[in-house]
Design a protein around this ligand. Structure first.
Ligand code: CP
Ligand code: NVA
Length: 338
């Protein structure tokens, strides 16, 4: 019998999937969103057990995996960094073998891409990357779904990412856009631009898809005619010692009204994977205000709350897209080709 193209596969990095496969995941997420809104049951994973491993903290990813698993009829179990032996008393390989014998699928969020890859190698069940220092692939399906909802398509759309150009989000946006045929510009100071290996990988995909890629420190050139402005925190999880360096380097890359005006595109939208530092209502926000005298970091409160901002639509889409990823890789859906 023809095998389903997704069944049994892990979702570790975007580069492992074709344009048609990523597009299928976006479209299937949209379908599942419609089913959810219409209250139509979709229990493709009834009776399955899913482990949620979190070395780093999370609101959206954890909530999305939990609610998506429940909607799919599965049982999610949260295993936090301080709850299990992984890393401290037990190797990744041994942990993977044990979890794989009890759970039908495993989500992992943490530091090392190698750990999520080892979990996939030794567990024998689908493993989903809920963010590592290198990639944030489940976020991509939600983000490109949001772009598709706003513009009707992802191909030919121009996305300008302003900020830390060498973090997981910048990597994932550059490579995913390159695969899907979305033009991606990484607008970042020289010190924070992506490594050449990531740029080469993306350039290879762009040759196939026709996506135009640009890495630039020049804000005016980077955002002109952009359809989507994207930003992320200036300091990612695990890099909290770098606030001073990042505040100094990234202030000119803040998404504010003046930067929106530079796009010269009235229909531009703003995306942010969240959490965002747009005010001083957080512990870090307060600390940064005291140390550096700024009350907003990567995005101003004005823009965050404006009609340009689609970050909460994007956040909701995390749930629908994670549901799609789990359903096609673990469920018995018959998808012989995409
Ligand atoms: N965007 C995102 O991954 O959010 P969390 O860190 O809250 O999961
Ligand atoms: N770059 C951020 C993304 C958070 C969703 C981080 O790794 O902290």
């Amino acid at each position: 019998m023809t095998k389903s193209v997704f069944k049994g596969r892990s979702f570790l990095a975007e580069k492992d999937f074709t344009k048609a496969e990523l597009q299928y995941l976006i479209d299937f997420s949209q379908h599942l969103k419609e089913l959810k809104k219409k209250n139509i049951p979709h229990q493709y994973l009834k009776g399955k057990n899913i482990a949620l491993l979190f070395e780093k903290t999370s609101t959206r990813t954890r909530a999305a995996f939990t609610t998506a698993a429940i909607d799919l009829g599965a049982h999610p179990e949260y295993l936090g960094a301080n709850d299990i032996q992984l890393g401290k008393k037990e190797s990744t390989e041994d942990t993977a073998r044990v979890l794989g014998s009890m759970f039908d699928g495993i989500e992992f969020r943490g530091f090392s891409q190698q750990v999520v890859e080892e979990l996939a190698e030794f567990s024998g069940v689908p493993v989903w990357n809920g963010l590592t220092d290198e990639w944030h692939p489940t976020q991509m399906i939600a983000d490109f779904l949001t772009i598709q909802e706003n513009f009707g398509q992802v191909e030919g759309i121009t996305l300008a990412y302003c900020g830390d150009g060498r973090n997981n989000m910048a990597h994932s946006l550059l490579v995913t856009g390159a695969i899907l045929g979305t033009n991606v510009r990484i607008v970042a100071p020289k010190e924070l631009q992506p490594d050449s290996a990531i740029v080469e990988l993306a350039t290879g995909f762009a040759k196939e898809s026709g996506a135009q890629l640009l890495i630039t420190a020049d804000v005016d050139e980077g955002v002109l005619d952009a359809d989507v402005l994207y930003t992320d925190v200036w300091v990612s999880m695990g890099e909290e010692a770098k606030f001073e360096e990042r505040v100094n380097l990234l202030r000119p890359y803040q998404i504010n009204q003046a930067l929106i005006d530079k796009t010269q595109n009235e229909k531009v939208i703003v995306l942010h994977c969240l959490p965002a530092f747009h005010d001083t209502k957080t512990a870090y926000g307060k600390e940064i205000a005291e140390r550096f005298g700024i009350h907003e970091m990567e995005i101003t409160d004005e823009v965050f709350r404006s009609a340009y901002g689609r970050q909460f639509q994007q956040a909701e889409n995390r749930m629908h897209s994670i549901k799609a990823i789990m359903a096609v890789t673990l469920g018995d859906l018959f998808i012989p080709r995409v």
